[in-house]
Design a protein around this ligand. Structure first.
Ligand code: FES
Ligand code: FES
Length: 195
């Protein structure tokens, strides 16, 4: 490279500071109760849950939509709470792991995870449980996955591969996957008509 180019230096202007947006009132319905929060519009649902409302059952793993640790239910659908702003969820029905079951009376999915040892360290478990609860809804509706033959999942077609596909957004660094599949399989079979 010519010497005059070697001595050249790129000049980078400092990035313009992001304009300050003051906190504003955001009302969220979480686990059946309304909460008024004063938060900046940039606050994610995950940070609102954990840092403002101290609902720390929902976990922060990657904070970028890759691990599923932050999975919660919004209007019955699972979403990554790290990928949505709290302000976008006003008027919706948010359910976190704290809203499943009651103290001493776990949700059937929570009980199945316990019975089947569907966890080791437990960090991914709240997200896994919320995801599995949403999966049950998908099965009840007959929603198709990428693996389903046709547009509808018919009764009795929920193979273990289907469960793995539908739970593929939830990573477990402890590798508890076989027991997680067993737990979900057990809940589906016990809730089948005539079981
Ligand atoms: S923390 Fe949200 S997907 Fe990992
Ligand atoms: S139980 Fe440890 S990450 Fe899943």
């Amino acid at each position: 490279m010519p010497e005059d180019q070697l001595n050249q230096r790129a000049v980078h202007e400092p990035l313009a500071a992001a304009p300050h947006v003051p906190p504003q009132k955001v009302t969220l319905r979480i686990n059946g109760a309304l909460h008024d929060l004063m938060i900046e519009p940039r606050v994610t649902l995950l940070d609102a849950l954990r840092e403002v409302l101290e609902l720390t059952g929902t976990k922060k793993g990657c904070d970028r939509g890759q691990c599923g640790a932050c999975t919660v239910l919004v209007d019955g659908q699972r979403i990554n709470a790290c990928l949505t702003l709290a302000i976008m969820q006003e008027g919706r029905d948010i359910v976190t792991v704290e809203g499943l079951g009651e103290f001493g009376v776990p949700h059937p999915v929570q009980q199945a995870f316990t019975d089947c040892d569907g966890f080791q360290c437990g960090y991914c478990t709240p997200g896994q449980v919320c995801s599995a609860v949403a999966l049950l809804g998908e099965v009840a509706r007959g929603d198709a996955s990428r693996l389903t033959q046709g547009d509808t999942l018919l009764a009795g077609e929920l193979t273990d591969d289907e469960i793995r596909e539908r739970m593929s957004g939830n990573l477990c660094r402890c590798g508890a996957y076989p027991n997680i599949v067993s737990a979900i399989r057990g809940v589906v079979e016990r809730s089948a008509p005539g079981a």
